[in-house]
Design a protein around this ligand. Structure first.
Ligand SMILES: Cc1cc2nc3c(=O)[nH]c(=O)nc-3n(C[C@H](O)[C@H](O)[C@H](O)COP(=O)(O)OP(=O)(O)OC[C@H]3O[C@@H](n4cnc5c(N)ncnc54)[C@H](O)[C@@H]3O)c2cc1C
Length: 406
């Protein structure tokens, strides 16, 4: 627990991480962005390069997750997504599954499955987190995938269809949220690890998307997937005790999917900050060079004021993100839904700033000759996944009013 309070001055260690990731983003990720966006395929060679330098590795994620200020992973994500968001998500998508495993798993389960999600530099693996379903997006309580316990064998049998899963079907380890008791909504859910090669898990439709096109998004079909009892995250004893508490009308802090999203919001916000900053910098540099009416377009107040607002809003989003990350790392509770606040502001900032960047480049910005149209397409997902902007406002609205806002 830090005694010093929140400080936006980065430590030497965090600054070193930031500069190291920036260099990889500048030299490897940014130059590859347009190609993988067009190909709409997982950029395996780039992930492998990230693994070779230790950026895509369990060690890096664990070290930065436990970094004392809470800002290690946050600055790394901003830099990586400054490079390219589609490739960035391909590199860090496993992190969501890792966070889900870490949030609900026992130390033994974490020790067993985390390394298998990342693999090794010579044999890279991926993880996928599967909560969303065709009829359960914002409303995670409506999850229909069922997990039924087989008393005779001690196994769990999962059936259902997951959708929108990042790395779904191409991951080695899937973390799946399923309902054990549908009458209890989110409180009747549990998370399961589906080990590599488990029969019954298959990839459904792969989606063609508006942005982050290098990142793989697909349906995951679970057809009589049989899992040993050890694959229930947290174990059966804990689950039974929790369900008993809930059935007796007691409160239960355990809501598998919701808990995962809460802890990962600042890192998702940091991705959006990276995209917004990339767009601001690109538009600023263009405005310094491009001439119309015999002067730089940046000399017009209309453009300079726009750039002033873009820079200001990027800083606001970053500071709110850093505050939430510091709070999460230092055991502060999000009493005003500060995690949701940073995700909301960063997502909407990224959409707004990237759109203004297109405006500043004019016709050039609307073409694929420049990356700002891609930045804009990539930014839009940040008002949608890990809780839409409306859902963030719902959470913040409830926190600040204390009312059951719906
Ligand atoms: C590229 C991509 C990657 C994704 N990756 C993953 C992943 O790895 N794992 C995973 O589990 N999921 C993932 N998702 C799913 C994502 O989290 C959901 O898309 C998101 O939660 C919204 O759900 P929905 O798409 O069903 O929209 P809906 O829930 O159908 O929402 C539609 C609209 O209605 C609004 N709305 C809904 N309820 C309310 C309300 N109560 N009040 C006000 N407005 C409301 C929403 O804000 C939205 O504008 C991903 C999605 C995409 C597109």
């Amino acid at each position: 627990m830090s005694e010093t309070g929140f400080c936006p001055e980065l430590s030497d260690d965090v600054r070193e991480v930031r500069d190291w990731v920036h260099e990889f983003a500048r030299t490897v990720v940014r130059p590859a962005g347009a190609e993988w966006d067009e190909r709409e395929e997982t950029p395996w060679p780039v992930i492998q390069e990230a693994a070779k330098i230790g950026l895509y590795s369990l060690d890096f994620f664990a070290q930065q997750w436990f970094e004392p200020s809470g800002l290690g992973l946050i600055v790394a994500f901003e830099e990586l997504f400054w490079g390219d968001a589609g490739i960035g998500l391909s590199i860090v998508g496993t992190g969501l599954a890792a966070a889900a495993l870490s949030a609900s798993g026992t130390p033994e389960q974490i020790g067993q499955w985390l390394p298998q999600m990342f693999g090794t530099p010579d044999d890279v693996k991926l993880g996928a987190f599967c909560a969303s379903e065709p009829d359960a997006g914002s409303d995670v309580g409506a999850i229909r995938t069922r997990a039924v316990y087989d008393e005779a064998s001690g196994d769990w049998i999962l059936n259902g269809v997951k959708t929108w899963a990042t790395n779904g079907g191409i991951a080695d380890v899937h973390v799946v949220v399923a309902s054990v008791d549908p009458s209890l909504g989110t409180r009747g859910q549990a998370s399961f690890v589906v080990p590599p090669g488990t029969p019954g898990l298959s990839m459904g439709q792969k989606f063609k998307k508006h942005g982050i096109r290098a990142s793989h998004t697909a349906e995951v079909v679970l057809d009589n997937v049989r899992l040993p009892g050890s694959c229930l995250l947290g174990g059966k004893e804990k689950l039974d005790a929790r369900l008993a508490r809930v059935r007796q009308g007691g409160r239960s802090g355990e809501q598998a999917a919701l808990r995962t999203f809460e802890t990962t919001r600042p890192s998702v916000a940091a991705m959006a900050v990276g995209i917004a900053r990339a767009a601001f910098e690109y538009a600023r540099d263009y405005a310094r060079e491009r001439e119309q009416f015999g002067r730089k377009i940046g000399e017009n107040q209309a453009i300079a004021f726009l750039l002033a607002d873009m820079a200001t809003r990027v800083d606001v989003a970053r500071l709110m993100t850093w505050r939430a990350a510091w709070m999460a790392r230092n055991g502060r509770t999000f009493d005003q839904a500060e995690g949701s606040m940073c995700k909301l502001v960063a997502g909407e900032t990224a959409v707004w700033v990237t759109e203004q960047a297109i405006q500043i480049l004019g016709g050039a910005g609307y073409t694929r000759e420049h990356p700002v149209e891609r930045f804009h397409r990539d930014a839009k997902i940040y008002t949608i996944f890990e809780g839409t902007s409306e859902i963030q406002r719902l959470i913040i609205g409830r926190a600040v009013t204390g009312l059951p806002v719906r």
